[in-house]
Ligand binder design. Structure first.
Ligand code: UDX
Ligand code: ADP
Length: 460
């Protein structure tokens, strides 16, 4: 047991949440020993190198502050559990793909396995922190499993949902809008909660650390993501209307967002939202609501996901219709595969659905992305058709009938579109699924331009 540290913190799960969060805690709190464990050996090895297993701007610098000093990566889960005072659990909780609740409720097998590992190995009292997004009331289930031991050990389960967004994780962790910590409202519960508050108080101003009961904390995470996703679906639904009315969705979003009660963020119309959280969390909310018989509530939130699917479908349909109702054997270059810029993550990326649909239509699809090609290959394993991966966007666009921008990487704003136009089949089409390009300029070069929710600029 390392005695020289004030606290031993363990994190189970070294993914997008566990890795960055623990790196920040370790960097800000040299007095604590922070160990991150995972069953995935490769991932742990990568955390020990300068080629981290996830792409996140600024993260390596934070890791380097603490790695080897008070931040350690390991696959020794049992040793980690024994040594720890506080255990953050950030294993994955995907949507269940089988049985009761399939397609909606969370698959808790990894979480439960972790709880059982802790139960089996622990030799002293511990605080368990739910970091993974979990359905409401999971904490109490976990507390029951954990406290079913006959070793005389007590576990306090605290909820501390993660609000970081990928691509801005480092800033979000260093300067969070808020840190939420929920616990039971008992003396023990409040004491455990205070221990977690004390960790974040090392760098987060006290007015940004909010506490609540454990159910509110769990639910707040789902609701925050549902509200954010709802804004995207709201503006995306309006983008469809704009395309019919010659209104411009960016002008509408700007005008609406200037109202301080509404605010201007998260009103960027797009090809659809992706990411590991939005859909999963909304479906979770839908599932919980249904299970309490709140069908109207469930339907209300389910529509946020439906509009997202509609937006993805609409985009594919637009490509097919515009390319004279057939894309068979036509080369189509997809600029971007990640679900948003500044990440290599492709979970739930609209690009997955769009690629598969284009392949169904027998298009020849070429995917380019500065960080996500490895994940794209995994996502599209088994997809049938003519599919290429290309690092260089110029090569991807060469001889293509159409380019479709699916991720808002800055790189795509500054490409030489004259050169791209010259190398493409004519008429050349560009579908800007993120509204990041200079549409007028593209039109002047000779492209037929199809933005989202804005008038088309077309010569045919
Ligand atoms: C989200 C939440 O923001 C974060 O607080 C939570 O912890 C995890 O889920 P993340 O999934 O990393 O974070 O990305 P986010 O920036 O929220 O974007 C989600 C999706 O919505 C992306 O596909 C993005 O491109 C899309 N989006 C976002 C839009 O289409 N338009 C917008 O205006 C904003
Ligand atoms: P998130 O985005 O929620 O962080 P990730 O999939 O990126 O999700 O990370 C979750 C991590 O949890 C993965 O690296 C996975 O290997 C790890 N994991 C899953 N189950 C266990 C377990 N029982 N013990 C340790 N690590 C686990």
């Amino acid at each position: 047991m390392s005695k020289k540290f004030a606290k031993n913190i363990l994190c189970i799960g070294a993914g997008y949440v566990g890795g960055p969060t623990m790196a920040m805690i370790a960097a800000k709190c040299p007095q604590y020993k922070v160990t991150v464990v995972d069953i995935n050996r490769e991932k742990i090895k990568a955390w020990e190198t300068d080629k981290l297993p996830i792409y996140e701007p600024g993260l390596l610098d934070v890791v380097k502050i603490a790695r080897g000093r008070n931040l350690f990566f390991s696959t020794e889960i049992e040793a980690g559990i024994r040594e720890s005072d506080i255990i953050f659990v950030s294993v994955n909780t995907p949507t269940k793909t089988f049985g009761e609740g399939a397609g909606k409720s969370a698959d808790l097998q990894y979480w439960e396995k972790t709880a059982r590992d802790i139960l089996k190995t622990a030799e002293s009292d511990k605080i368990i922190v739910e970091k993974s997004t979990l359905p409401v009331r999971t904490a109490s289930a976990m507390e029951r499993i954990l406290n079913s031991n006959d070793k005389g050990i007590t576990f306090d389960v605290v909820s501390n949902p993660e609000f970081l967004a990928e691509g801005t994780a480092v800033i979000d962790l260093e300067y969070p809008d808020r840190v939420l910590i929920g616990s039971r409202e008992t003396e023990r519960g409040r004491r455990a909660r205070q221990e977690i508050v004390d960790i974040f108080a090392n760098w987060v101003p006290s007015d940004k650390i909010i506490t609540s009961n454990i159910w509110s904390s769990e639910l707040s995470k789902l609701v925050s993501n549902a509200f954010l996703a709802q804004r995207v679906s709201s503006i995306n639904s309006i983008s469809a209307l704009c395309e019919k009315t010659e209104a411009d969705v960016q002008e509408v979003a700007r005008a609406v967002g200037f109202d301080t009660r509404i605010g201007g963020k998260f009103l960027q119309a797009s090809v659809g939202f992706g990411g590991s959280c939005f859909k999963k969390d909304i479906l979770n909310l839908v599932y919980i609501s249904e299970s309490f018989g709140l069908n109207e509530v469930a339907e209300y939130w389910e529509n946020v996901v439906r509009i997202n699917e509609y937006q993805e479908k609409r985009f594919v349909k637009k490509i097919i219709q515009t390319l004279f109702n057939t894309i068979a054997n036509k080369r189509i270059a997809l600029f971007g595969f990640a679900f948003k810029a500044n990440t290599g993550d492709t979970r739930e990326s609209p690009a997955i659905y769009i690629t598969k649909q284009l392949l169904e239509e027998h298009a020849h699809v070429v995917i380019t992305d500065p960080k996500a090609l490895d994940n794209a290959r995994i996502d599209l394993t088994g997809a049938e058709g003519t599919l290429e991966y290309e690092d260089d966007p110029y090569k991807a666009a060469k001889d293509a009938h159409a380019v479709a921008v699916l991720t808002e990487w800055d790189l795509y704003r500054t490409l030489d579109y004259n050169r791209i136009f010259e190398s493409m089949e004519k008429p050349a089409f560009i579908f800007d699924g993120r509204n990041i390009l200079n549409h007028k300029k593209l039109y002047d070069i000779g492209f037929n331009v199809y933005p989202i929710g804005k008038p088309e600029l077309t010569r045919i």
